[in-house]
Design a binder for this molecule. Structure first.
Ligand SMILES: *Cc1c(COP(=O)(O)O)cnc(C)c1O
Length: 426
């Protein structure tokens, strides 16, 4: 058993964790050609202030001890790494482990990042918090930390999403947040994000914008990654404790990409070592990101890295679903959390470098995988997570019993029950 306090204290990012060779982004916030700060003139100062504050906070032991204290005593970290015994036996291939982000307070990994950003807002003396949300998961995480810190909270949400995600709207309101309906465009996440950016432009002085994934202008993709990297650092220690070595394959779903990069980042050095030929006969560690193939890659989907092209959205250069004229295409996935036409700049770069493999699973593959995991392990995962579970099942059957797979279980499925019941015969 790993003793929880020692595990958490050893996770402080200013203690020597392995991030030497892979020290992205560069000084101007670029991951290769991706990322950057494509913002209106009025936001340049906001972005610069935020970057300066985060740079200072990063070196501040008090900031990280507050962060880890809340993760431990409020969120409930460290989350367990569960051996999926029945699923493993049934498939007859690689050993499967589950990193249990579903057991966090509010039911997903998003709270890790919300805690980090609210601490930063507090440091900067900003008492008005804005956020955007699609499925409502990030909105709930943000409303939660605002209640915890006694801050004003305004969440922008597309009217279409508000109708689809009524329980999360109720949760946010109960937590004291104001949910502002967005009626423009497709009335979904993309439009809510544009509206939140507009608010930030109008209220630059007293307002902190909490972004929910590794997207947006620099320094958000780096900052959100740093906060979410607690997932991979815990997994690394827990897996070494359980198996005495590193896993062979690590799999996570990719919407904006925050749970995946949080899981992958502490292992990138290992992948780099393998690729640069420094290894002595060790097997290559594979990192696999799974996007939503929706109804199929030739129909409506959200497989940005698989089918998109580089372009600029919401402040950064990234792979993007767009038509021949560069107009943003609407994304589609059965899971609202993967339903975004862009993807984090760091993932875009990792794809081009070939350090992470990106693949996809359809709506129906995800639904089957969700049911399969529920029946073998007693865990109802989020529909987003189920995309990763589908690919893990395929991989496990191809691999030997001596090999190992870790799935990042990004969240629990309670929020998806209505959608699941529409599609699965129980
Ligand atoms: C929001 C969400 C995702 C997708 O967001 P990422 O930034 O790609 O992690 C995945 N799983 C769950 C449970 C979510 O709530």
């Amino acid at each position: 058993m790993i003793e929880s306090t020692s595990l958490l204290s050893s996770l402080n990012p200013i203690s020597p964790v392995k991030t030497r060779a892979y020290a992205m982004p560069d000084a101007s916030g670029h991951f290769g050609i991706y990322g950057g700060k494509f913002v209106p003139e009025t936001l340049i100062k906001n972005a610069a202030d935020l970057e300066a504050e985060y740079t200072a906070a990063k070196q501040d032991r008090v900031f990280w001890s507050d962060f880890y204290d809340l993760l431990k005593n409020y969120v409930g970290r460290p989350t367990p790494l569960t051996f999926a015994k029945r699923l493993t036996t049934e498939l007859g291939g690689a050993k499967i482990y589950l990193k249990r982000e579903d057991l966090n307070h509010t039911g997903a990994h998003k709270i890790n990042n919300a805690i980090g950003q609210v601490l930063l807002a507090n440091r900067m003396g900003k008492r008005r918090i804005i956020a955007e949300t699609g499925a409502g998961q990030h909105g709930v995480a943000t409303a939660t930390v605002c209640a915890l810190f006694g801050l004003q909270c305004i969440v922008y949400m597309g009217e279409e999403d508000m109708a689809r995600q009524a329980p999360n709207v109720a949760r946010m309101k109960l937590l004291g947040a104001e949910v502002r309906p967005v009626g423009n465009g497709s009335r979904t996440l993309k439009d809510a994000t544009s509206e939140a950016i507009r608010d930030w432009v109008t209220n630059p002085d007293d307002t902190f914008y909490i972004i929910g994934s590794v997207v947006g202008m620099h320094p958000y993709p780096m900052m959100v990654r740093d906060f979410q990297s607690v997932i991979g650092r815990e997994t690394r220690e827990q897996f070494l404790e359980a198996e005495g070595r590193l896993p062979d394959v690590i799999i996570a779903c990719v919407g904006g990409g925050s749970n995946a990069i949080g899981m992958f980042h502490p292992f990138l050095e290992d992948v780099l070592e393998h690729t640069s030929g420094e290894t002595r006969g060790e097997k290559k560690l594979r990192l696999i990101g799974v996007e939503a193939a929706g109804e199929g890659l030739d129909k409506r989907h959200a497989a940005t890295l698989t089918k998109g092209r580089p372009g600029v959205l919401h402040g950064a250069m990234m792979y993007l679903l767009q038509d021949a004229d560069g107009q943003i295409d609407l994304a589609h996935s059965i899971s609202a959390g993967l339903d975004y036409p862009g993807v984090g700049p760091e993932h875009s770069h990792l794809k081009d470098l070939g350090l992470v493999e990106y693949t996809s699973a359809t709506d129906s593959e995800a639904l089957h995988a969700l049911k399969h995991l529920a029946r073998t392990e007693g865990i109802i995962c989020a529909l987003e997570t189920a995309h990763a579970v589908h690919i893990a099942i395929q991989e496990a059957m191809r691999l030997q019993g001596s090999q190992t797979i870790v799935i990042n279980v990004s969240g629990r499925g309670d929020k998806d029950l209505a959608t699941i019941m529409e599609h699965i015969d129980l």
